[in-house]
Design a protein around this ligand. Sequence first.
Ligand SMILES: Cc1ncc(COP(=O)(O)O)c(C=O)c1O
Length: 473
Amino acid sequence: MNELLFDPETHRKAGRLLGELLANYERDLSKPPGFGQIDRDAMRVIMTEPLPEEGRSLEELFQEFRDVVMPNSTHVAHRRFLPYVMPSPNGISAFADALSSTLNQNCNLWTLSPAANAIEQRVISWFHELFSFPEESGGIITSGGSMANLTALAIARDTYLGKAARTEGLQGRTSPLRLYVSDQVHNCIDKAAVILGIGLNHVRHIPCDAQFRMRMDLLKEAVLQDRREGFSPFCVVGSAGTITTGAIDPLEELADFCGEEGLWLHIDGAYGALTILSERRRAPLLPAGRAHSLSLDPHKFLFAPLEAGCVLVRRAKDMRTTFSFVPTYLSMFSDPDFLNYAEYGPQLSRSFKALKVWWSLRAFGRRAYAKAIDDLCDLALYMAQRIQAEPELELLAPVTLNAVCVRCRNLSDVQNERVLARLLSEGVAFLGRAEVRGKFSLRACFMNLRTTRDDVDRILEEMIRIGQEERTA
Ligand SMILES: Cc1ncc(COP(=O)(O)O)c(C=O)c1O
């Protein structure tokens, strides 16, 4: 047998070592977080090792992973890891990822991935159903929300430009395209605007109301003003879950306005769209189904590990207009039951990410997700209530989803930054940093399936204690 392959006994041994490691990993997560304590000598050994001439045994590799890689990794699954919209992965996905690598399907042409193709189509159509997207809609699994948003905005731009999109791009235009977003939008939209040649001077950041939702009156004014001045408004991006506070823009009003004005409505639902799985939380998200495109992230509220994003597009044919290039070496048999996903997005070679999304939903079902989402959003509400009852703490924004922005009252921004740093260095919790109306904020984002009210109580007690120490330091 070729040296690069495993015989059946080695496969079994590797499986046992992996199973043991995963079981122990779960046990080790109950230890104090200890974030940020890196063994720099061990890291230097890794960074300077010469290319190995000979291979090592499985036991050695697993031992090294346990002794060096794991202790120097950020334990995102720890119950007090709360800085980002980044979940602790669900139980099934690690196995789905292993199987996806085993089959190594190339999800570009259906002939290279028939079952994966059926699975990706089904997953996308479940998402269509959740938001009542019409029959002719399309979609594709992406690496994450940033790629989903970039994909959607490329399609929006090209639909606006028509045939010139492919031949001239933006080169021949005298009237610059204009994109409208709120001042709370995730910066990957700005990045996409730069990549797509729109330029930041043509992204208008519309101020928000007291709930951090885009102000419709100011959006209307901006579009009218731009039309008067000879610009070309083409797209509005609404957020279903803004990155800092989790606010949801007025999606119904955005859909009405974009319909009246002939503008493409894209919704960045990378953070919050999948909270539609909870019946208690679906109402404000339902109008997202009126958008021309919608991003959502299974690697957030489906608790799939990185990477798994998704974009839904109202008319599948608009995706092909942007992305379908079929040279002879890629032309393949077409079939009415299957799609060549290479024609629906920017990538050619694509891994079988749909498996972990499909298995996540099939292993646990919608009801388990609804409960997990509700529990985490309720935890955020609990934290907000406790903060409001503490005179030493200040809640900086209303809680819509699962993010809480908080700071110590009567401390400066710099002192609050120190509170954040000490929570981390003293092993209490890893919280995030944010800016809310010009004030520095600590931010707890509850995406972790192990976090409890006791963790919230402990974090707040420690925040108050450290805040008092900083005040008198
Ligand atoms: C609202 C929003 N949009 C986009 C993104 C980017 O998504 P990703 O990290 O999957 O690229 C995030 C990430 O947190 C987000 O919260």
